[in-house]
Design a protein around this ligand. Structure first.
Ligand SMILES: CC(C)(COP(=O)(O)OP(=O)(O)OC[C@H]1O[C@@H](n2cnc3c(N)ncnc32)[C@H](O)[C@@H]1OP(=O)(O)O)[C@@H](O)C(=O)NCCC(=O)NCCS
Length: 168
């Protein structure tokens, strides 16, 4: 059984491992993660959700303020979402995303935003199925493996849906 909960200090090693295991230039424009770089220190630990199956950490989602401005306090960004390669396709990503949406909705946020590479159709589909819409495109934002890739800005308008959006 997979449980979704807030991250704890003891999750650090599992988070670093998962970060490295899920990185590829198809899903991230950043270089492959440095295994010595702390994971939780980089984010407000309260904004990190993890999916655990027994002792094993099988997924994470990261929520953070979009900008450090009071005028944008109603906008939260999903900075990362990942599921262990061997556990993808089981619905864990959807559960993490639903937990993230529920958390920001409860906190009173108005918009949940994220960026996703156009070269990542699986993630795009997951977000679209949960009501996110593409609101902007940085065309050819990244040169990845000799190809220019668009960066898509997606957003979920939390003021529009009081529960879940209709699934398409
Ligand atoms: C994107 C990711 C988090 C999805 O997690 P997951 O647990 O595999 O997703 P789920 O099993 O919950 O699937 C949810 C939906 O997304 C779709 N989906 C997931 N991966 C897919 C893929 N590779 N291709 C097509 N559809 C995909 C599923 O079909 C499912 O749709 P459905 O509800 O119509 O069946 C996971 O694939 C991952 O970690 N990828 C690498 C990191 C990444 O791309 N993160 C997102 C960066 S923006």
């Amino acid at each position: 059984m997979v449980e979704i909960r807030g991250a704890q200090e003891g999750d650090e090693a599992g988070l670093r491992e998962l970060d490295a295991a899920t990185w590829s230039s198809r899903v991230s424009p950043a270089p492959s993660p440095d295994p010595d770089r702390p994971f939780l220190e980089r984010f407000d630990a309260g904004g990190v959700l993890v999916a655990v199956a027994g002792e094993e950490l099988v997924g994470y989602g990261i929520l953070a303020p979009w900008l450090p401005l009071q005028s944008a306090a109603h906008v939260v960004e999903l900075r990362g979402l990942a599921v262990a390669p061997g556990r993808q396709g089981e619905g864990i990503g959807a559960r993490l995303l639903e937990a993230a949406i529920s958390r920001v909705r409860t906190a009173g946020a108005r918009r949940l935003v994220l960026r996703v590479l156009a070269s990542n159709p699986g993630a795009r589909r997951l977000y679209e199925r949960h009501g996110f819409e593409v609101e902007g495109t940085f065309r050819e934002a990244f040169l990845l493996e000799d190809a220019y890739v668009d960066d898509l800005m997606m957003a979920l308008d939390l003021s529009r849906w009081s529960t879940s959006p209709p699934r398409s």
